[in-house]
Design a protein around this ligand. Structure first.
Ligand code: ATP
Length: 247
């Protein structure tokens, strides 16, 4: 158990030998990795590589069959998703999970009420958060009426409302136009500049290579490489996993 006066570890998240089977499918096979505090890390891999399963294991939606998840020097394995959220793990989903029967601002207030029971203070904070992601003019809208880029920003805003230290972004730019993608890059840069650690799944290679400082590659549930974007872009094993082996 870490003492309060202990220097925080350089790693905010450590995964040790994470394994997950779905019946006969090896979704994750002995994945070990460290996420450095304050970094932006990209997670890539072909369809079905195990990326979303890894996020589900980290955030507590799926228990691993084997392996240890350590966040801020605390083992998370037995904790529920909401307990991990309170400890500082926020996430978004491939398909935004927004309450469509509530207004945009109410969606954010719900997240804030996790750490406070002062509704009016939460409402003020929600306004500030919506301003940060440039959704303040949509506060009273129904999320159903928002375009996909704004839905994605609202999901990030909802995650920010829980005051995360680590933010897991699952496909943050899928479906966005080039201009919206650039706005997302800016937003991620701003959040990172404030010290948030960001772990991000994305298929668009150019985006992940631009935005990440370190890239981790999964294939068939195994970590096949990790390194700087420059190293990963010329890594033979990674190129083969994406493009197929030349016979
Ligand atoms: P994509 O890029 O297509 O989203 P991914 O890398 O995120 O893929 P996962 O969604 O983690 O991959 O899936 C890894 C493997 O586990 C796949 O074979 C998938 O079909 C399987 N899988 C994932 N979730 C479940 C589940 N709840 N039940 C059964 N099989 C699952």
């Amino acid at each position: 158990m870490a003492h309060i006066d202990e220097k925080p570890s350089e790693n905010i998240l450590e995964l040790d030998n994470i394994t997950k089977y779905f019946g006969g499918i090896h979704a994750l096979q002995g994945v070990s990795l460290n996420i450095k505090r304050g970094a932006i890390i990209g997670l890539i891999g072909p369809n079905g590589a195990g990326k979303t399963t890894l996020f589900n294991v980290i955030s507590g939606f799926i228990p691993p069959d084997k392996g240890i998840i350590t966040f801020n020097q605390k083992v998370l394995n037995k904790l529920h998703p909401h307990e991990r959220s309170i400890l500082g793990i926020g996430r978004t989903f491939q398909l935004p999970k927004i309450f469509s029967n509530m207004s945009v601002i109410e969606n954010v207030i719900i997240g804030l009420l996790q750490n406070s029971n002062d509704f009016s203070a939460c409402k003020e904070q929600a306004k500030e958060l919506l301003k940060e992601v440039e959704l303040d003019s949509f506060s009273e809208f129904s999320p159903k009426d928002l375009p996909i880029a704004s839905k994605k920003k609202l999901e990030i805003c909802r995650a920010l409302a829980t005051a995360p230290k680590l933010l897991l972004l699952d496909e943050a730019i899928s479906g966005l136009t080039p201009k919206e993608t650039l706005e997302m890059v800016d937003l991620i840069g701003t959040l990172s500049g404030r010290g948030l650690t960001i772990f991000i799944i994305e298929h668009v290679m150019k985006f992940i290579m631009n935005v990440s400082q370190w890239v981790i590659v999964l294939n068939h549930g195994e970590k096949i490489a990790e390194g700087t974007p420059e190293d990963i872009s010329i890594n033979e094993t990674v190129i083969e996993a994406y493009l197929g082996r030349k016979e």
